[in-house]
Write a protein that binds this ligand. Structure first.
Ligand code: ADP
Length: 319
């Protein structure tokens, strides 16, 4: 489809440019003929050589001025046309990119939906078929519950991305105890990682902020999930919340694969997934950081990503 459109577009542009050049040449030729005829008429209508020479020189000047005018206006027109063509080509390329990212997104979402559903089904079937000890039953139920939470988070993200797309994502601000909200979010979604000291926290108590109590946790969940996902060896995540210049300041540091400088801007774009091997190995949809950025923008939170030393990334949020 895109190939055909590009082909038709190129043929049309080539036709317009050639047609335009042809008209320019015709116009110059026509102007030359008119001037030559006028020069002949001038020579025929008077016998005074001085007057003839003066008229011919005047007409010659006119000829040069007209040539400059035609070429000048033609060049401006051509430049405007080429600028337009360049802009149309750019937006066509962007559309093409978006269409391919969308199709990748649908594939990833379907895959991500299937995995927890299949895992939950298997765990429930095992529980149903076998007489298991209480401990084992509890473990399977916990696993099924974790998979359901994963599914829940994914569906939440897809719905939120859709709201962003339709400009429907709004915030309801209220006074929040940010310290408590972040602590609760961590213990609700990352209790295992906290227990295993994969996540360490340094949270200054009673930091208040006026924000949306449903959306702020989404920022934390998405950033920590990424930190876990993109750390391939031993995972070590630090969550720091403190007051800086009388404003809340949140920092999430990981020691994962890091983000190259030329991708630091793009990672916040919709459906963007890094082309690195690390990213290709992990499951994802490319909407997490897009959602984070939009929630931050709605709140006026400034988000920044830096390199962590010796490796990894730091996401900083200035509220
Ligand atoms: P997803 O993780 O589903 O691909 P995101 O929007 O959450 O989508 O992230 C976009 C991209 O940014 C990821 O594909 C990954 O390449 C990169 N990225 C995000 N967070 C991290 C991180 N903590 N460390 C390294 N790369 C990251």
């Amino acid at each position: 489809m895109f190939k055909r459109t590009t082909f038709i577009f190129t043929v049309l542009v080539a036709y317009v440019v050639l047609q335009f050049l042809w008209w320019e040449i015709l116009l110059v030729k026509q102007s030359d003929t008119i001037i030559s005829l006028k020069q002949n008429i001038a020579a025929l209508t008077t016998s005074d050589d001085e007057i003839i020479l003066r008229d011919i020189a005047d007409l010659q000047k006119k000829k040069t001025t007209r040539l400059y005018m035609i070429v000048g206006e033609g060049t401006v027109f051509l430049l405007i046309l080429l600028y337009g063509v360049f802009q149309v080509r750019k937006s066509m390329r962007r559309e093409k990119e978006l269409a391919s990212q969308k199709s990748n997104f649908i594939l990833s979402v379907s895959h991500e939906l299937k995995t927890p559903i299949a895992a939950t089904k298997l765990q429930l079937q095992t529980l149903l078929k076998h007489e298991l000890e209480r401990e084992k039953q509890k473990e399977l139920l916990q696993n099924a519950l974790n998979e359901t939470s994963r599914l829940h988070k994914l569906v939440d993200n897809v719905l939120m991305a859709n709201q962003i797309e339709n400009n429907n994502l709004t915030i309801q601000k209220e006074d929040l105890n940010l310290s408590k909200l972040i602590e609760e979010t961590l213990s609700r979604y990352f209790s295992k990682q906290l227990e295993e000291h994969i996540i360490t926290t340094k949270i200054e108590p009673n930091i208040h902020y006026s924000g949306d109590k449903e959306l702020i946790p989404s920022i934390v969940i998405n950033l920590i999930e990424n930190a876990i996902k993109y750390s391939f060896e031993t995972v070590c995540i630090d969550v720091v919340l403190k007051t800086q210049q009388q404003k809340p300041f949140l920092e999430i540091k990981d020691n994962g694969c890091g983000i190259p400088d030329d991708e630091k801007e793009n990672i916040f774009h919709k459906f963007y997934r890094s082309g690195s091997e690390h990213t290709r190995k992990t499951k994802g949809t490319g909407i997490g950081l897009h959602i984070v950025k939009n929630i931050c923008d709605l709140h006026g939170i400034h988000i920044k990503v830096l390199d962590h030393s010796p490796k990894g990334s730091i996401f900083q949020l200035r509220f």
